[in-house]
Design a protein. Structure first.
Length: 360
């Protein structure tokens, strides 16, 4: 079994040059990692944690530090930053952009793709801040607006920041091929839609109310899930570029759906069915985010029934117990026939879908 650490030690010993190791690891991640091992293979390459999702203290610290830096640059830019002057704000944002871009490149050379992905996201978060500061210097922003309002208020003028961020994201994705870049990209696309839709339809604030925003968010999440599935199929032989798109899509879809007023008991029941479908989709695609939010929705619906519809019913808890035991009985039956059932329905799937499920 050969690991990435073994290749790193070979590079340290001088058998691989400093520029050969990252290119070799990138090739193995895209090509060899997805190939089926041959029957007469003499060895098998085992990828290290940076190529597979793991829950460890190191990864927790990576994401904690990266998200703190990302939040500082994007969400917690206070009014004090603007009071320093637009020129100082522009110089600071560009300096941070260069710093985090250099850190991304450094981590990539060390084959540390998780911190590299986090630093690339912070690099991208510096782009709208720099664009805003440059526009303020040019006199294009007047009135009450400060950068802190970018994350609070809907305004079509934010579109210049959002388009700049999307263009920068495409460039950085082309240069670095880091999946985590898709998370801030997905958030920016949601911002763009929230600013663009009322502008295109000339809606006043009263029309673009909370209900309309919830509907748009749910629709955006559904579209993003479909895009994530397409990316999942296309990238089934490389790194998991679809993970962050699935996460952003499910959060948007489920959050928007949960904020809507169903208007009737049937509407709430349909909401429960949608969450049940999400649960099964998560099992089929091996994506836990569907199962987690689907379970939240189902328990939320059951809580609504318990506290509102069947508040005085003695039979409701008994019915839930019976339902739970029935599900367990079905699980026991399914476990005994799982292999035959999976083999049967797999024959109905197209080849790309079978390859994707094999990878998952």
């Amino acid at each position: 079994m050969y690991s990435v650490e073994d290749l790193q030690r070979a590079a340290t010993a001088g058998l691989l040059s400093e520029d050969q190791l990252p290119r070799l690891l990138d090739f193995l991640a895209r090509e060899v990692g997805a190939a089926q091992p041959a029957q007469d293979a003499q060895f098998n390459l085992q990828f290290s944690p940076q190529f597979s999702a793991q829950f460890s203290m190191v990864h927790v610290l990576y994401y904690l530090g990266g998200l703190l830096a990302l939040s500082a640059v994007s969400f917690f830019v206070t009014l004090a930053w603007s009071q320093m002057g637009d020129g100082v704000l522009l110089a600071l944002s560009l300096s941070l952009l260069v710093l985090f871009a250099a850190l991304t490149q450094k981590f990539l050379k060390l084959s540390l793709r998780v911190p590299a992905g986090l630093m690339s996201a912070v690099t991208l978060a510096c782009v709208p801040l720099a664009v805003f500061a440059a526009q303020r210097m040019a006199g294009l922003w007047t009135g009450y607006e400060d950068y802190v309002d970018y994350h609070r208020y809907i305004d079509w003028r934010w579109l210049s920041l959002e388009v700049s961020t999307i263009i920068a994201a495409l460039i950085l994705l082309y240069l670095w091929r880091l999946p985590f870049l898709l998370m801030p990209t997905a958030i920016t696309l949601w911002y763009m839609g929230m600013d663009l839709v009322p502008f295109l339809f000339h809606w006043e604030y009263e029309h673009w109310d909370f209900t309309m925003r919830a509907k748009f968010t749910a629709l955006y999440g559904g579209v993003l899930i479909l895009i994530a599935f397409w990316v999942d199929l296309r990238a089934r032989r490389s790194e998991d570029f679809a993970f962050w798109l699935y996460l952003a899509g499910v959060v948007s879809f489920w959050g928007g759906l949960s904020c809507m007023d169903s208007g009737s008991e049937w509407g709430k029941f349909v909401y429960c069915l949608i969450n049940l479908a999400m649960l099964f989709i998560g099992v089929v695609l091996q994506r836990r985010v569907f199962a987690v939010f689907g379970a939240f929705g189902i328990f939320g619906y059951l809580g609504y029934l318990a506290w509102n519809v069947f508040a005085d019913s003695l039979l409701f808890p008994i019915a839930l117990i019976a339902l739970g035991l029935g599900i367990i009985a079905f699980a026991v039956w399914f476990s005994r026939h799982e292999a035959a059932l999976k083999a049967r329905w797999r024959t109905l799937l197209p080849q790309p879908m079978r390859e994707l499920l094999d990878k998952r």
